[in-house]
Design a protein around this ligand. Structure first.
Ligand SMILES: Cc1cc2nc3c(=O)[nH]c(=O)nc-3n(C[C@H](O)[C@H](O)[C@H](O)COP(=O)(O)OP(=O)(O)OC[C@H]3O[C@@H](n4cnc5c(N)ncnc54)[C@H](O)[C@@H]3O)c2cc1C
Length: 385
């Protein structure tokens, strides 16, 4: 395969088209999936031809809006303005299929065909497992059902590559994406939280985008609720997992050189948080969440129009959206301490990671400076035991 590991997004399109069925996604030590050849390869090169990083399908962004769902309940349970739910419910009411990221029973994250949109609500900051979603979408499309797929820009690109055809009945929705964290770091974080927050309960619900503390000026909170009534509710800036995510310690390597940034999209519609709305249109900032909506195709524009009765929507410029949201155009470089951070995160040593990465004490500041040598030796030593 021609793609470098550092660029591979793990979309799995290559595995799904391999005529020999000799390519499979295998999780690395952090749980990020990568394709691996199992020996029967005949060097046909189809995997390279299909790879969305090597061969891009692109549309040019045209129109941007600030919007929210007119249904307050939908808006409050969504990350930004609840636009995704309005779009998804429209497809479901037309007897279509909606595919999006949900929490499984163990709170790992995977893509599913959903009938209850609530399952999809809220950003889940971890790479979602696409499993057999692409095949199932193709089947629905071939059966003439309207389909909405929602995922990261690279997942949308993977789907488009896999399908190799522009289906009129498919609406692709991506979002402005900061990056996706490690599935193993997430799994360990859930265990870490449960141990810390409750004596005998278990996790009932997780909301990484709780609006109990508001939304404006990035005020959202992280919330874990437990069966025994215990609760963990803190501003996102005080949560170690979120700090490691936004500061690029635990994201997939390809996120630091993302091939799917900027105006040329692989989706029909791109959603995001309309950060900065407080400066731009203060009259829209009621602290309940505003979505940015960027339309890249005629099909996407027609679909937004069809949903507009359920949306409060205002035309804005693309510049307005991007001013406060660098993730639209730029990748964030991986943090130099990424390897150490992932090492401790996967082991569930979040208290130590907090000190190592963020403590102001002279000891840890020095340790960060010396990290390369000292921590790597320690990591090796730990692995030997
Ligand atoms: C990993 C990640 C990074 C993001 N980074 C940014 C950013 O830098 N800037 C910004 O403006 N917005 C970002 N967003 C998008 C933003 O948080 C909202 O998801 C988006 O604005 C849609 O919000 P909503 O209110 O319409 O709907 P919601 O109901 O909140 O939308 C949830 C949608 O996101 C999808 N989704 C949730 N988690 C995942 C996942 N792990 N993988 C794939 N799809 C998922 C669901 O399928 C669903 O369609 C990010 C989202 C995620 C998941």
């Amino acid at each position: 395969m021609k793609i470098e590991k550092a660029m591979c997004t793990g979309c799995g399109a290559c595995c799904k088209v391999c005529p020999q069925d000799c390519l499979h996604l295998v999780p690395d030590q952090y749980g990020f999936p990568y394709p691996e050849i199992d020996g029967k390869c005949i060097n046909c090169g189809i995997c390279d031809l299909i790879c969305p990083v090597l061969h891009k399908h692109r549309y040019s962004s045209q129109t941007a809006y600030a919007a929210w769902s007119r249904d307050e309940e939908i808006r409050m349970r969504s990350s930004s303005g609840g636009v995704f739910t309005v779009l998804a419910e429209r497809i479901l009411s037309d007897m279509g299929s909606v595919y999006g990221a949900v929490y499984a029973e163990d709170f790992s994250v995977r893509h599913e065909r959903i009938s209850n949109v609530k399952k999809c609500n809220g950003a889940k900051y971890v790479q979602s497992n696409l499993d057999n979603t692409f095949h199932s979408i193709k089947e629905d499309l071939e059966n003439g059902r309207p389909v909405l797929f929602s995922g990261t820009p690279c997942q949308n690109a993977g789907l488009k590559s896999f399908l190799q055809k522009d289906y009129g009945n498919l609406i692709c929705v991506d979002f402005i994406c900061h990056g996706v964290p490690s599935p193993h770091a997430w799994r360990s974080y859930i265990k870490f939280r449960e141990k810390k927050d409750t004596k005998s309960g278990f996790i009932r619900d997780i909301n990484l985008r709780s609006k109990k503390s508001g939304w404006s000026h990035y005020a959202y909170s992280v919330e874990f609720s437990y069966s025994d009534g215990a609760q963990y509710l803190v501003p996102n800036g005080d949560d170690i997992y979120m700090k490691m995510f936004v500061n690029d310690y635990i994201n997939r390597l390809s996120c630091s050189a993302c091939a799917f940034k900027g105006e040329n999209r692989c989706s029909d519609i791109t959603l995001g948080d309309f950060w900065g709305i407080w400066d731009l249109y203060p009259d829209m900032d009621d602290n309940k969440g505003v979505s940015s909506v960027i339309v890249s195709t005629e099909k996407g524009g027609g679909f937004i129009k069809a949903c507009s009765d359920d949306l409060y929507i205002r035309r804005v410029s693309l510049e307005d959206v991007n001013k406060w949201n660098p993730s639209y155009r730029e990748s964030a470089s991986a943090n130099p301490l990424r390897e150490a951070a992932l090492y401790y995160a996967v082991k569930g040593k979040y208290d130590f990671a907090e000190r190592l990465l963020f403590s102001d004490s002279p000891f840890f500041r020095l340790r960060r400076k010396l990290f390369c040598k000292q921590t790597r030796n320690e990591m090796k030593e730990h692995d030997r035991k």
